[in-house]
Design a protein around this ligand. Structure first.
Ligand SMILES: Nc1nc2c(ncn2[C@@H]2O[C@H](COP(=O)(O)OP(=O)(O)OP(=O)(O)O)[C@@H](O)[C@H]2O)c(=O)[nH]1
Ligand SMILES: [Mg+2]
Length: 589
């Protein structure tokens, strides 16, 4: 199991590192993913990764509440004063590891206990000095120890110094066997019990030791207390040890630690432990524990990416809905298409010129007059402008686009406030969004003149051709209109020039140019009636599509860029690798 799974664990750890690195720029995302990941990261870093290096070697940690005598026990197991013993609480603040030459050098190379900063224990008081690096691990070479054991003295698991808890948890993850040093006053403490409960759940062997025990009636009180401790920490029956209260310590660490039942004192008992099988058992349990927790982590990853995808879909749908509300009015370019079409029919038109009746001519002339006035910006009786020039039309279009884009932007800003984390932070972005500039870009892109598409031209030609063949009357009106627009502006201008002393001539002359096309679009709207809607529909669709693309590309993307990047991370190669390796761990555990 070990080689294959060891490889998977190695790959998985590297992928986790890549994911951590990739999410570093997104604090809310990183918090969501790794906020509750301490336990499995610890198991991975302190236990699973170093496992291969420590093959066959048991890591035995002396753990417990503050001032219970851990350092004393550690020294007694070594038969000498290695870790400083102090009457003050929370004295030991850095872990100390004792190992023979080979294991000590493995420790110093970070092979046996990774995640710490291994340093040789040259100053005996270093483990109780806060001036040392917080992640320091002091290594003391103890040649009396066999190759298959390393011993650790660790900071308490319950003092007010929270750093100690953290460290204790890391060591708990790193150890295979924990000697649980309790006292009659402390064996019930919640933090202490919970610590060993977690350790047991993560597959660690636990050997309870009652210090300062009352030896009367064959340790009756200690037995009851240890039983109680076992029950609350979820420990199975097994060997337990005692140290009497009246023990004169005074630096004498040459004494043995007695078993409560059985023959072997603690040090001898440790020697009998089957390192290989305990290692395998602890490793398997750790993998199982890790696998469950990592599975939950992968679920969080998936949920987060699903949540972010939903936000993207929602924002895009809002942009699309906004684009649907855009109802562009065809202007000069569409009109020109109709105009050109009619002009292409001029063969018969020329022949029909003689039939232009006065009524149509007069009607058109009055339309002209109004249109001419529109060019000047007011009507004959001085009202505010009612008819519109091509420029007016373009301006109206711009304003419509602008209003819609602004409304959508406001909608986005409001929606961001309602999003959960990490979506909110990601969509909110780091720097404030320059909405004005974004809207300007959208307006520019949507309303700038672009050639009518080939598809629309073809559609228009076919629709007009069909209409032309089916509508004799309408056709005539158009032909006549074309004739007027094509041939008579100058005649009308001339007449007007005479009647008005030159006033209005330029306007009328202008009608043969750009305005004629806009005008044609309007006329067609009436002539085509039902057909008109169908006729311009593809054009409208194209305009909307242009608007939609601009909304998505400039506005939605401004809100979604970081979300998209986060999704790419969450669905990227690192996560793929994690899933594959996790599956392997799951199968093997
Ligand atoms: N009388 C008596 N004193 C003890 C016993 N065990 C430890 N002590 C004393 O209790 C004090 C704390 O002992 P340590 O071994 O430093 O305890 P610790 O659990 O390592 O303490 P921290 O590292 O501060 O958490 C010292 O003064 C010891 O001499 C014991 O069995 N009987
Ligand atoms: Mg200590």
């Amino acid at each position: 199991m070990t080689t294959k799974i060891g490889q998977a664990i190695g790959e998985l750890a590297a992928a986790v590192e890549r994911l951590r690195e990739a999410t570093r720029g997104y604090p809310a995302l990183s918090e969501k993913l790794f906020g509750g990941a301490d336990t499995w990261i610890r198991l991975l870093q302190y236990k699973l990764l170093p496992h291969l290096g420590g093959e066959g070697c048991l890591v035995i940690a002396v753990a417990g509440g503050t001032n219970t005598g851990k350092s004393t026990v550690f020294n007694m197991l070594l038969g000498g004063n290695v870790s400083p013993v102090r009457p003050t609480a929370a004295a030991t603040c850095r872990p100390v590891v004792a190992a023979n030459a080979r294991r000590a050098s493995q420790c110093l190379d970070g092979l046996l206990l990774s995640g710490f900063r291994p340093l040789p224990l040259s100053d005996p008081d270093a483990p109780i000095s806060h001036d040392t690096p917080p992640d320091a691990l002091f290594v003391s070479q103890q040649d009396a120890l066999p190759d298959r054991l390393v011993l650790m003295d660790i900071p308490d698991v319950d003092s007010i110094d929270r750093d100690h808890w953290e460290l204790a948890e890391n060591i708990q993850a790193a150890g295979d066997v924990l000697v649980a040093v309790v006292t009659p006053e402390k064996y019930k403490d919640e933090r202490v019990v919970a610590f060993f409960q977690r350790a047991r759940a993560a597959g660690r062997r636990i050997l309870p030791l009652m210090n300062k025990a009352d030896p009367r009636q064959d340790y009756a009180a200690a037995r009851a207390q240890l039983e109680d401790f076992r029950r609350s920490a979820g420990l199975e029956r097994g060997p337990a040890f005692v140290m009497p209260h009246d023990f004169d310590l005074a630096g004498n660490f040459q004494r043995e630690i007695a078993p409560l039942d059985g023959e072997k004192h603690l040090r001898a008992y440790l020697d009998t432990l089957d390192a290989a099988s305990i290692k395998t058992e602890v490793y398997r349990d750790t993998i199982r524990h890790f696998s469950t927790q990592f599975g939950a982590f992968l679920d969080i990853l998936e949920d987060t990416s699903r949540q972010l995808r939903a936000v993207v879909a929602d924002f895009e749908a809002r942009a699309d809905q906004c684009a649907e509300q855009y109802d562009p009015e065809p202007g000069e370019d569409v009109g020109r298409l109709v105009h050109d079409f009619v002009q292409s029919k001029r063969g018969p038109l020329r022949r029909a010129i003689g039939y232009v009746n006065d009524k149509v001519g007069q009607g058109m002339f009055s339309v002209w007059r109004r249109a001419g006035a529109a060019l000047r910006g007011y009507t004959e009786n001085g009202e505010e402008r009612s008819a519109r020039t091509a420029d007016d039309l373009a301006e109206t279009q711009r304003r419509r686009v602008e209003t819609l884009a602004c409304t959508l932007a406001e909608n986005f800003v409001r929606t961001v406030q309602t999003l959960g984390e990490p979506a909110q932070s990601l969509a909110g972005g780091e720097e404030a969004l320059n909405i004005e500039a974004v809207v300007r870009e959208i307006v520019e892109e949507t309303t700038r003149n672009v050639e009518l598409s080939r598809t629309f031209r073809e559609h228009a030609r076919q629709t007009m051709e069909a209409w032309w063949n089916d509508h004799a009357v309408g056709r005539r009106v158009l032909m006549e209109l074309d004739w007027i627009l094509a041939a008579s502006p100058f005649a009308v201008a001339l007449t007007m020039g005479v009647l008005t002393g030159g006033f209005g001539v330029p306007e009328v002359a202008a009608m043969s140019g750009t305005f004629a096309s806009t005008f044609f679009a309007k006329i067609m709207e009436h002539q085509f009636a039902d057909h008109w809607i169908k006729f311009v529909q593809p054009w409208r669709d194209e305009q909307r599509a242009r608007f939609r693309c601009a909304l998505r590309a400039h506005l939605a993307d401004a809100f979604l860029a970081r979300i998209r990047a986060a999704i790419a991370v969450l669905e990227g190669e690192a996560v793929e690798t994690m899933r594959r390796c996790h599956e392997q761990c799951r199968k093997e555990s």
